[in-house]
Structures are given as structure tokens and as C-alpha cells.
Design a protein around this ligand. Structure first.
Ligand code: GLP
Length: 249
């Protein structure tokens, strides 16, 4: 197995969360105004909890961090428990003491969804681009909700979720019937434009897709494989996800 990506294999999910928190804390300390694209999903939750713990202990101040939402379902009421904005807020924004005015949402309730997507991209541009993208890996290789096949230049847009994503998201909400079918996602162009990327991957169910991401062909069928072409990427996996691939150097 050869990969150009910088890969770190943690012994456990707990260690993955510590190493991930180290990287995000370092980015915040290096630039208190850092612009961060923030994933939901289960994998980064331990990292976020560890960051919140450190911040509560006075390790750093996140009040100037700028947050950009990665993805959102369409068709939900603002207070719906399934809102990914709500999840981003509960897990990252509020525990880190980041003011809401520092958060750029995807706006799935906008009358003009295309205009909302362009406004989101413009907000990233006017922030000077993304400094850091914290991403999880979809079981079908998606990043955000850039479902395969996805072009590397795919913009921020509305997408139909694939059956794989509906099934994997069912674990969050208690069944596939309650998973919305349509979503809005930060584009591949936005994600791949981040100056630094941290992809967190945990669990044996991600083994195949992780191997295709780091060591397979760069292909629209595995949108995460485009990270092989991005500039400063850390793939942070636990041993269960890394499986039998050779230990990275
Ligand atoms: C979800 C989300 C992604 C998330 C990924 C992995 O469908 N759209 O933003 O990063 O899949 O989720 P998890 O970490 O729960 O495996």
C-alpha cells in the first residue's frame, strides 16, 4: 500500500480523539481567527468533547474561531432534533464558547436555495478561505454530502442522498424512515480548497472505504479519494478502521 497522504493510526478511538484535539487546538492557538469547516457524524464527537474539556480548563480561547457548517438536511423545521446545525451547535459551537455570529450556516429553509449556496461560498471567500476542514468519511466515500459520483469541482449545492447515506444516517435518528432524503452540502471545491484537512475515521466498518480513500484510484466514485490531491491532509484513523494496511511511516 502506498499513499501520498499523511496518515496517523491511533490505538483506540480515545487516542484518535486526543490526537485530533491536539491538531485542532494547535490550529486555534496558531490563529485565534481560524476558519473551520465542522463535520457532524459520530466520529468527531470524542474529539469535540476533548476540545471542550480543554477549553473549559483554560487551555485556549475559541471565541474568535469562525465556523462553517458542512452539510444540512432539507425540509426540517428549524427546531427539528435532526437539524445538523443543531448538532454542530450542541457538539462544537456552544461547548467551545463560539458566538453564533461567528457561524455560517447552510440555509436549507431559504426561498432561493441556489442563492443560499452562492451566499455560503461567498462567505467563505470573504473570510479568506477555509483554514481547516474537520471531516468524517461516509461509508460510500462521501465528504459532507458529496455523494458518489462527485466531481472534484462540484460546488455547494442541493443533493439527493444515496441509499447508503440514508442507511448510515439512520443510526443517528432511530431508523431510515426518519432520515431526510435531500440535503445541502458544502461543495467539493470548498472542501478541497481548505488549507489544512483532518479526516477522522473510526471502526472496522470503514476499512474498505478508508483503503479506497488513501490507496485507491482518485475517482469520482470515492469523493474522499480527491484528498490525495489536496495540500495538507492528515488522515487520522483508529486501528479498527486502518485494519491490515501497513503501518504508515
Ligand atoms: C454523514 C455526514 C458526514 C459525516 C459522515 C460520517 O453522512 N454527511 O458529514 O462526516 O457521514 O459519519 P460518521 O462519523 O457518523 O461515520
Amino acid at each position: 500500500m502506498t499513499t501520498k497522504l499523511r496518515c496517523i493510526v491511533a490505538d483506540s478511538y480515545g487516542e484518535l480523539s486526543q490526537i485530533g484535539a491536539d491538531a485542532v487546538e494547535a490550529a486555534i492557538k496558531a490563529d485565534p481567527n481560524v476558519s473551520v469547516l465542522v463535520a457532524t457524524g459520530n466520529t468527531p464527537m470524542g474529539l469535540y468533547q476533548e476540545l471542550a474539556r480543554r477549553r473549559a480548563n483554560g487551555a485556549f480561547d475559541a471565541s474568535h474561531v469562525r465556523v462553517f457548517q458542512l452539510d444540512e438536511y432539507l425540509g426540517l423545521e428549524p427546531e427539528d432534533r435532526r437539524s445538523l446545525f443543531g448538532w454542530t451547535r450542541r457538539s462544537f459551537v456552544d461547548p467551545l464558547g463560539i458566538p453564533l455570529e461567528n457561524v455560517t450556516r447552510l440555509a436549507p429553509d431559504a426561498g432561493d436555495l441556489e442563492a443560499a449556496c452562492r451566499a455560503y461560498d461567498a462567505a467563505i471567500k470573504s473570510a479568506g478561505g477555509l483554514d481547516l476542514a474537520i471531516l468524517g468519511l461516509g461509508p460510500n466515500g462521501h465528504l459532507g454530502f458529496n455523494e458518489p459520483p462527485a466531481d472534484a469541482h462540484a460546488p455547494t449545492r442541493v443533493v439527493d442522498l444515496t441509499i447508503e447515506s440514508i442507511e448510515s444516517n439512520a443510526q443517528y435518528w432511530g431508523g431510515r424512515d426518519v432520515v431526510p432524503r435531500v440535503a445541502m452540502t458544502a461543495g467539493m471545491d470548498v472542501i478541497l480548497g481548505a488549507r489544512q484537512t483532518l479526516l477522522v475515521v473510526s471502526g472496522s466498518h470503514k476499512r474498505d472505504v478508508l483503503e479506497r480513500t488513501v490507496a485507491g484510484a482518485v475517482t469520482p466514485d470515492v469523493p474522499a479519494s480527491y484528498l490525495q490531491l489536496a495540500s495538507d491532509v492528515i488522515v487520522l484513523a483508529d486501528r479498527d478502521a486502518w485494519g491490515a494496511m501497513p503501518q504508515p511511516r
